[in-house]
Design a protein around this ligand. Structure first.
Ligand code: GLC
Length: 679
């Protein structure tokens, strides 16, 4: 691995391995300087493939578009968008003909705006534009798996969630009081739908103030948390980045007094607005402010809370005080005008442009170890450092326990502190496909604990979409049904097919032993949980073209159905595999399929997956009344597989809550002869 340093880069915390700086010129790129910064370019051959970039739109092969790392609070994830919530500057350029040129991986450690033009301007040109100050790491040699592993070892071990966070979780913006939550739990329990967690969105707070609980909506919060625990339910409250400006609110007053908020050029606290109206943003890039903000989580943990989701931390700014004033003045100056096309569109533009205005990100500052740094330069670090604040505090508050933590915005490095969810998607079929494609890209960037809002956040979910989404989300570490206020209610029990949802969710619990084991192995050995097919079948040219199937852990391949009204789909098998068809944790059928293309019927209430040759997986047999992950026992496992003579599986097990991860020597290798496998 080579490390190249340009200008005076800031320490971002992305990397954990010490690498000495290379003094030679970067070899895989041509480098030029522009007025704004640096430009790295290289040619791509016709069949080369580009993987990576984490949370972005479009396919797994990123060729053919420009992606910009500049964390955006943008809920419309259509394919013309250049930025979503994260900044994940790692990609692999896979060379189709390694005898001519070697494949390589590149990580650009620059927390400001970075542009990846991957064949948009010129089809065979890869262009990366960075700022003047950055560190570039280049990994060379070896397979896709090897390049990915080199990178993961550079950035350190991925976050490990508690085992309960691999259960089914229900969320909605709009559960407004304790009774709403009780009703959600009761409706799952009374229908026998397993459930491990319910989320508390912004409505639990007192007027959207962080680290408060509205006492009218949630009287005796501690008692309520306890009551839920007794039913096996973990409550997961949201924490937003902005701190409400309000006299008498301790978090605000302490922050102002101690200079813990981001400041304007002139030293005044920067004023933006989010849910509670005007807010200040904690300067989480400052060590002291970060420790202070992290400590605030203690109050909720003391009340029994053991999981959090950090939101609006791009940071989202509905408007800044200054810009709003300017825009209102301009609008009032034209109120008697006859607005023509240009005037009208200009007015529309300035009003819509209030939100997340680029100028606002240039107008406030962080204090990084005494150095005043403009936010724009480190924009992509904000969500990372907010999450780091929480995680570092958890180390002090509950050092031996795993707490659930994930964030909306992130940068590489944050994967050590928490996971992410993929933000405000829509109940669209195209977003089910997008979610499938984002998973391996995120894993490549170290983010293993992840998933999308199951069923879609915005718009109304239909029953068939939710069934298909569920059948995919069975395999994502974070399996959370979440939706926006005002959309159709989409809890599993709201639909006629409630019984089918129950069966699908029970399949997740049946597969939990495998899914958790694979997650832990991926985290502890810096490997990928989700992979494009080409990672496992590098010699198979067709595997590089498959954009809608994934390898999951060491034994499985999935091929989710993601189109409306489909009765099945075409599936590509790189080799002979065992097809497993499940309608519930108890009903399963098997069929050995030859390598090649197949059309397969998949009913709406089925899960179909494929087991690799000479591999197997454990399926736990559940009791009829299984309610939570606690009810999944490894005492009754069925081994499913396909073998020439025997198949082998390495099973990882631990208590799921402490940080005493089992060392490799304790991972169990299980071998089964062909006749002992269920198939
Ligand atoms: C943001 C989040 C979403 C949440 C909403 C209200 O849009 O992405 O998940 O429900 O805010 O807090």
């Amino acid at each position: 691995m080579k490390k190249y340093v340009y200008g005076n880069p800031l320490e971002t915390g992305a990397v954990v391995r010490e690498i000495s700086e290379s003094k030679t010129d970067i070899s895989v790129f041509q480098l030029s300087e522009t007025d704004e910064g640096l430009e790295f370019s290289c040619r791509m051959n016709e069949n080369d493939v580009v993987y990576g970039l984490g949370e972005q739109v479009r396919g797994m092969n990123k060729r053919g578009f420009t992606y910009i790392s500049y964390a955006a609070d943008d809920p419309i994830h259509t394919e013309n968008k250049h930025s979503l919530y994260g900044g994940h500057n790692f990609l692999i350029l896979h060379r189709a003909d390694p005898s001519v040129e070697a494949s390589f991986g590149v990580f650009v450690d620059d927390p400001g705006k970075v542009v990846f033009d991957i064949g948009e301007t010129k089809r065979d040109l890869l262009l990366i534009r960075t700022g003047k100050d950055c560190v570039v790491y280049v990994m060379e040699g070896g397979s896709l798996i090897n390049l990915a592993k080199q990178f993961r070892e550079l950035i350190g071990q991925s976050y490990i969630a508690p085992k309960w966070a691999f259960g089914y979780q229900q969320s909605r913006w709009g559960y407004k009081n304790a009774d709403d939550v009780r009703s959600v739990v009761w409706n799952h329990r009374s229908r026998g739908i397993p459930l491990d967690a319910v989320y508390l969105d912004i409505d639990y707070m007192e007027r959207y103030k962080d680290f408060t609980v509205d006492e009218e909506r949630f009287p005796d919060f501690t008692g309520f948390v306890e009551e839920m625990k007794e039913q096996g339910i973990h409550l997961v409250p949201i924490i937003d980045a902005g701190v409400k400006i309000e006299k008498g609110y301790p978090v605000y007053e302490e922050g102002v007094r101690e200079n813990y908020f981001c400041k304007e050029e002139n030293g005044e606290d920067f004023v933006g607005a989010v849910w509670p109206g005007k807010v200040h943003f904690p300067d989480v890039l400052n060590e002291k402010a970060r420790a202070w903000f992290g400590e605030k989580y203690r109050w909720l943990i003391a009340q029994g809370i053991d999981g959090f989701w950090n939101d609006m931390n791009e940071p989202a700014i509905f408007y800044s005080e200054k810009n709003l004033k300017k825009v209102l003045e301009e609008i009032s100056s034209i109120q008697d005008d006859n607005l023509d096309l240009n005037d009208f569109f200009h007015m529309q533009e300035i009003v819509e442009g209030l939100c997340n205005h680029p100028q606002d990100y240039k107008s406030f500052y962080h204090d990084m170890n005494g150095q005043k740094v403009c936010h724009d330069r480190v924009h992509n670090l904000y969500g990372f450092y907010m999450t780091r604040a929480a995680s570092e505090a958890f180390e002090r508050i509950a050092p031996d326990e795993r707490l659930l933590l994930f964030s909306r915005s992130s940068y590489i490095g944050m994967h050590r502190y928490g996971g992410i969810w993929t933000g405000d998607n829509e109940s669209w079929w195209s977003h089910l496909l997008l979610s499938i494609q984002q998973m391996p890209s995120l894993n490549l960037c170290g983010i293993l604990y992840t998933g999308s809002d199951l069923g879609g956040f915005g718009s109304d979910a239909t029953e068939d979409l939710l069934l298909r989404w569920m059948a995919f989300a069975i395999f994502t570490p974070l399996m959370r049904n979440h939706s926006a206020a005002g959309t159709r209610m989409q809890e599993a029990y709201r639909f006629e097919a409630a019984e089918s949802f129950r069966r699908l969710i029970r399949i997740r619990y049946g597969l939990l032993t495998y899914l958790y084991s694979e997650y832990m192995k991926a985290a502890l050995s810096d490997t990928l949980y989700f992979r494009p097919l080409s990672f496992d079948y590098p010699e198979d040219a067709h595997a590089y073209l498959v954009e809608d199937q994934l390898m999951v852990g060491e034994s499985l391949m999935i091929a989710p159905v993601y189109t409306q009204n489909a009765k099945g789909r075409y599936v590509y098998l790189p080799e002979e595999m065992l097809m497993v068809r499940m309608r519930s944790d108890k009903e399963r059928t098997y069929q050995t399929l030859a390598g090649g293309h197949h059309y397969l019927d998949v009913a709406l209430d089925e899960v179909v997956f494929f087991v690799k040759k000479n591999h197997m997986l454990p399926l736990a047999i559940l009791e009829d009344d299984a309610k939570t992950t606690q009810d999944v026992s490894t005492d009754h496992l069925v081994w499913i597989g396909i073998a020439d003579e025997k198949a082998e599986y390495v099973l990882y097990e631990d208590d799921g809550i402490s940080k005493n991860y089992a060392p490799r020597s304790e991972w169990k290798t299980v071998c089964r002869k062909r006749e002992e496998l269920e198939n």
